[in-house]
Design a protein around this ligand. Structure first.
Ligand code: BGC
Length: 429
C-alpha cells in the first residue's frame, strides 16, 4: 500500500491555551472584562482542564499524540508584581511531569492573550517597562519549569493581539488606537527578544531548547487573479501581517511557530475588503476552508532558514462533518511542502478539546474532544480517531485521499485537481 510518509520523530498532537480551557483564571484581564460585561461570555470553569488535565492527557495519549502545546497562565504564577505563587508553580510542574511521563512532548507558551490584572493596570504592553517585567516572569518559568521544556513559545500571536486589542478594539484592552498598537507590537518584540535571551541561558539539568513565538500567518492572495492592484495590496498586507514581526525578532528565534487558519482574498473597489467566494466551504466561524493557503505559507518560509512547527491549525465544526477532511487536506499540504524540502517538524491541531473561543464564547466547537459543559464529560470525536490513524502510521495512506475526490462538497475545484495530481504522481501499487 502506497503511503505518504512523514519524517521520523514528527511531532503530532494538539494545542490549548490556559484561559480557554482551565477555568477559574480570575486574576487576569479577560476574566475582569468578562465580568464587567465587556465580553459577553464569562469563562467560569471553561473545560475545567486545570483539574482534569490528567484525564485530558490520557485521551490525547489514547489518540497517539506525542506532543501537546499548552500555556502557562502568567496571572496564576505571578499574582502580584514580583511575587510568585508556589502552589501554581507546583501545579504546572505536575502538568509537565504528567506529559513527560506519558511520552508527550510539552510545547509551552508563556503568554496567550491574557495578562495579570496588575500588569493591565500599569498599562500592560504599552508600558515601556513591559519587556523587563515579562522577562522577569520568563526567568522564573525557566528556572522552575525549564528542566521539562525543550520547545518554548514566548508569546502567542502578537500581531493578532494588537489587531484585536488595539486596532479593532474588540479584545482587552478594547482600544482603537493604531499608534498605541504599533508601540505595543514593538514592546512585544522587545519582550520576546529579552525572553529569548533568558531562555537560552540553560541552567543545570536543562536540555537544549527551541524558542520562538506562535505566529498567525494567513495566505494573502488577490481576489481577482489578474488584478494588478489587488496583487500589490495582497503582497503589502502579507508583508505586514506575516513577515514584519519576524523581522523585528530577527536572530531571536530557533524555529517558526506557525498558526495557520485561512486564506485572505484581498478585494479592492476603492476600499480594501476581504472576499469569501459563496461556493467555498466554510467553518462554523464562517472562515473559508483553504488548505492550499497552508502550502502557500509553507513555501514562503524557507527563506528564514529555520525549522517550522505548526503550532495551530483547526476549525470550529460542531457537527464534526468537516474536521476530518480538513485535517487530511491540510496534512496533504504539509506533506507536499516536506517533499519539496520545507523543514516542518510537527503539526498541532487547534484544539485538543472544545474551549472558550475568546470573545465568541463557548458556541464554536474547535475540539478533537467534545466537552459537555453541563457535566464536563469528555467524548472523543470521530475525526480525532481518524487523525489518530494517521499519527499511528506516521503517514497518510493514499487510499484515504480517494473519498475526498469522490465527495468534493467542501473543496474547490483547484484542490480537487491538486489531489488528483498527487495520486497521479504517486500511483497506488
Ligand atoms: C488563537 C486561539 C484561538 C484560535 C481560533 C488562534 O488565533 O491562538 O487562541 O482560539 O485562533 O480562533
Amino acid at each position: 500500500m502506497q503511503e505518504l510518509k512523514f519524517p521520523n520523530k514528527f511531532l503530532w498532537g494538539a494545542a490549548t491555551s490556559a484561559h480557554q480551557v482551565e477555568g477559574d483564571n480570575s486574576n487576569n484581564d479577560w476574566w475582569q472584562a468578562e465580568n464587567q460585561g465587556l465580553l459577553s461570555h464569562p469563562a467560569r470553569d471553561a473545560a475545567d482542564h486545570y483539574n482534569r488535565f490528567a484525564q485530558d492527557f490520557d485521551l490525547a495519549r489514547e489518540l497517539g499524540h506525542n506532543a501537546h502545546r499548552l500555556s502557562i497562565e502568567w496571572s496564576r504564577i505571578e499574582p502580584k508584581p514580583g511575587q510568585f505563587d508556589e502552589q501554581a508553580t507546583r501545579h504546572y510542574r505536575r502538568v509537565l511531569l504528567y506529559l513527560r511521563e506519558h511520552g508527550i512532548e510539552p510545547i509551552v507558551t508563556l503568554h496567550h492573550f491574557t495578562n495579570p490584572i496588575w500588569f493591565a493596570e500599569i498599562c500592560g504592553w504599552e508600558n515601556k517597562n513591559s519587556p523587563e517585567i515579562f522577562a522577569r516572569y520568563v526567568a522564573y518559568c525557566n528556572e522552575h519549569f525549564g528542566d521539562y521544556i525543550k520547545w518554548w513559545v514566548t508569546i502567542n500571536e502578537p500581531t493578532v493581539y494588537v489587531l484585536q486589542g488595539y486596532f479593532m478594539g474588540v479584545w482587552p484592552p478594547f482600544q482603537k488606537n493604531v499608534p498605541k498598537g504599533i508601540k505595543v507590537l514593538w514592546n512585544m518584540a522587545k519582550a520576546h527578544r529579552a525572553a529569548y535571551r533568558v531562555l537560552k541561558k540553560l541552567s543545570d539539568g536543562h536540555k537544549e531548547n527551541f524558542v520562538s513565538i506562535a505566529h498567525n500567518m494567513a495566505a494573502y492572495v488577490p481576489a481577482r487573479q489578474n488584478n494588478p492592484i489587488e496583487k500589490i495590496l495582497a503582497s503589502i498586507i502579507g508583508y505586514f501581517s506575516n513577515d514584519y514581526f519576524l523581522r523585528l525578532i530577527k536572530k531571536h528565534y530557533d524555529y517558526i511557530g506557525l498558526n495557520y487558519y485561512m486564506v485572505k482574498r484581498v478585494h479592492f473597489n476603492g476600499k480594501i475588503n476581504f472576499f469569501i467566494p459563496q461556493s467555498s466551504a466554510k467553518t462554523d466561524m464562517g472562515w473559508e476552508i483553504a488548505p492550499l493557503g497552508l502550502l502557500q505559507v509553507l513555501r514562503h518560509l524557507p527563506k528564514y532558514k529555520k525549522p517550522i512547527l505548526i503550532t495551530e491549525n483547526g476549525l470550529a465544526d460542531a457537527k464534526d462533518d468537516r474536521r476530518w477532511p480538513f485535517i487530511l487536506n491540510h496534512l496533504l499540504m504539509v506533506h507536499t511542502a516536506i517533499t519539496e524540502g520545507v523543514d516542518v517538524r510537527g503539526y498541532l491541531h487547534w484544539s485538543l478539546m472544545d474551549n472558550l473561543e475568546l470573545a465568541e464564547g463557548f458556541g464554536p466547537r474547535f475540539g478533537l474532544i467534545k466537552i459537555n459543559y453541563d457535566n464536563q464529560a469528555r467524548e472523543i470525536r470521530e475525526s480525532a480517531r481518524k487523525y489518530a490513524s494517521i499519527i499511528k502510521k506516521n503517514a497518510i495512506p493514499v487510499e484515504t485521499i480517494q473519498p475526498l475526490l469522490e465527495n468534493n462538497k467542501y473543496y474547490p475545484e483547484v484542490l480537487r485537481r491538486y489531489l488528483q495530481n498527487i495520486i497521479r504522481i504517486k500511483p497506488q501499487s
